[in-house]
Design a protein around this ligand. Structure first.
Ligand SMILES: [Fe+2]
Ligand SMILES: [Fe+2]
Length: 193
């Protein structure tokens, strides 16, 4: 990375970083939609993919408004989130689908938080630099990231609640009680023979 020596250069650097992140996400989101078993979650990934493509286009407009060519700069932040996902999925081939779905909602939330932080910074930089059209475009992206986060958080609660229900102390007691009563029934059936 070339040395940054002005506020505008820092702004452009952060834009390149986000451009890389958004372009990476256009490749990752179709995979997430395939991996999700929950229909609502899978659809949320597909609809966020459409939004993400618009985020890429908005960033390209911002570059042009600044008189710059759209260029990506590798962002280890988003690469790290992606790598964490890849390693988990590699080890979870036989995991339950609701657990995988829960994990995917967590990975998605982390990504949205990352994007929200980045766009919040970009919006305030654009505002300080007097780049009003860029502010508008970056705010559009920021709003959609915030909505995407809310959506995935509510899906996450529903999925994890369902998974935890089957694993709650009460559910475990109910399962062992039914196991006890069926073994009693088997014993008395053997005796009466
Ligand atoms: Fe995005
Ligand atoms: Fe996003």
């Amino acid at each position: 990375m070339p040395q940054v020596s002005s506020p505008k250069q820092l702004f452009v650097h952060e834009l390149k970083d986000m451009y890389y992140a958004e372009k990476t996400l256009t490749k990752v989101l179709p995979k997430l939609a395939d991996e999700a078993s929950d229909r609502e979650l899978s659809q949320a990934f597909t609809s966020h993919l459409r939004e993400t493509k618009r985020h890429v286009a908005n960033l390209e407009k911002v570059f042009r408004q600044l008189g710059e060519q759209p260029r990506a700069e590798q962002c280890p932040g988003i690469d790290g989130i992606k790598q964490e996902h890849d390693e988990f999925m590699e080890e979870q081939r036989n995991g339950g689908s609701d657990l995988i779905d829960s994990f995917l909602t967590g990975a998605a939330s982390r990504t949205e938080h990352y994007e929200i932080a980045a766009y919040t910074g970009l919006v305030s930089m654009a505002r300080a630099l007097g780049e009003r059209e860029s502010v508008e475009l970056l705010e559009q992206n920021l709003r959609q990231e915030k909505d995407a986060l809310k959506k995935v958080e509510s899906i996450s609660k529903r999925i994890f609640k369902g998974a935890a229900k089957g694993d709650s102390p009460r559910a475990r007691r109910a399962t062992s009680a039914s196991r006890r009563s069926s073994s009693k029934a088997r014993t008395s059936a053997t005796r009466s023979r």
